[in-house]
Design a binder for this molecule. Sequence first.
Ligand SMILES: CCCC(=O)SCCNC(=O)CCNC(=O)[C@H](O)C(C)(C)COP(=O)(O)OP(=O)(O)OC[C@H]1O[C@@H](n2cnc3c(N)ncnc32)[C@H](O)[C@@H]1OP(=O)(O)O
Ligand SMILES: Nc1ncnc2c1ncn2[C@@H]1O[C@H](COP(=O)(O)OP(=O)(O)OP(=O)(O)O)[C@@H](O)[C@H]1O
Ligand SMILES: O=C(O)CCC(=O)C(=O)O
Ligand SMILES: [Fe+2]
Ligand SMILES: [Mg+2]
Length: 334
Amino acid sequence: MQVHDGNVTPGSSGRLTIIQRHLTAVPLSGQVSTANYPTKFCYTLDNNLLTTEQRHFYEENGFLVIKNLVSSVDIESFRKQFEKLCKKEITIPGLLIMRDVAIAKSEYVPDQKAVTKIQDFQEDPVLFSYCSLPQIVKYVECFTGPNVMAMHTMLINKPPDAGKKSSRHPMHQDLHYFPFRPADRIVCAWTAMERIDRTNGCLVVVPGTHKGVLKQHDYPEWEGGVNKMYHGVRDYDLSIPRVHLVMEKGDTVFFHPLLIHGSGMNRTAGFRKAISCHYAGADCNYIDVKGTSQENIEKEVMEVAYMRYGLSDLTLKDVWMIKSRIIKGERTNL
Ligand SMILES: CCCC(=O)SCCNC(=O)CCNC(=O)[C@H](O)C(C)(C)COP(=O)(O)OP(=O)(O)OC[C@H]1O[C@@H](n2cnc3c(N)ncnc32)[C@H](O)[C@@H]1OP(=O)(O)O
Ligand SMILES: Nc1ncnc2c1ncn2[C@@H]1O[C@H](COP(=O)(O)OP(=O)(O)OP(=O)(O)O)[C@@H](O)[C@H]1O
Ligand SMILES: O=C(O)CCC(=O)C(=O)O
Ligand SMILES: [Fe+2]
Ligand SMILES: [Mg+2]
């Protein structure tokens, strides 16, 4: 076998693809091995945690599943705390409790059955302990670097679908929501709080899409209604193959903010739960989203911020600075 001088990386198909480095190629012969050729990593940082295979996998696909990373004891404590928050036995400043659009206008029952997700639990010591679990943070650092900020927190309680398919989350890129860059230094950790498969609406990803650009997002035209701020990629082509991530309790997926993903409808009678945190390297910078595809989400976020805080002179940057927290290292820019 003859190859030319260049970087050899495993392609998404599993075959070796050769990226030619020089026009004046030096022919080599013999066995081709990735170990002999330096590979330029851009989505992961040099570290002693990820195996070469794991690094290649994330570089190629934009996500990485780590099995059994969070203990059942921890998950049970998040579950109990979530129930207390839903029942209003505890109130936490800044916490946002969101109901499914299918029941948004029905009578309010303070129970987990009325809650589709909670966001911004940075002031809740029990739920926020998820974000600083050492076994999670050590993976996060492979993407963010050593100064780790927790930017966005969610506990998703996907309800049994009310018959309108509104329990689905449209296919989207999380970067659409974020006014900070660079994207490669942002990562989401998402942990299954129980077994999650196609029956209760697992995460669905399109491998490799993290290599693309941020796309225009809007509300999908779904007959049964769409939840507030659940934007989806405009003109999304459903024929592109999706991968369903079946995960067991405690399994955690780390994924890039440009990875196109969503989640299916919950066909079971249970409330399927996952907890997540989006992290960013503290050395990232805020950007102005005016004049970009993110203007539409900025408008909605600022309307909700005004409703919640009653302050009219807040900026999008202020909103993010208020809710983000340093997890490790130094709070530099964010
Ligand atoms: C990587 C990040 C990815 C994401 O975060 S994607 C999801 C982003 N979502 C969010 O950030 C949360 C958005 N939700 C919210 O801000 C609040 O839940 C929301 C919608 C303002 C409702 O706040 P509440 O305090 O419950 O207020 P309320 O009961 O008085 O309702 C006010 C108006 O909102 C409506 N509403 C409530 N829940 C909804 C829903 N799930 N979808 C669509 N509309 C919804 C509700 O019907 C009411 O409308 P109206 O004013 O009566 O016409
Ligand atoms: N017919 C559709 N129209 C629009 N979006 C869809 C459609 N089918 C799937 N999607 C998108 O893909 C995401 C997940 O796809 P998936 O096919 O797993 O969902 P599902 O159709 O609810 O369940 P399943 O196909 O597993 O029975 C959905 O949340 C949705 O955003
Ligand atoms: O359904 C889920 O748990 C994932 C939701 C999601 O991708 C999001 O909120 O950004
Ligand atoms: Fe998402
Ligand atoms: Mg489907």
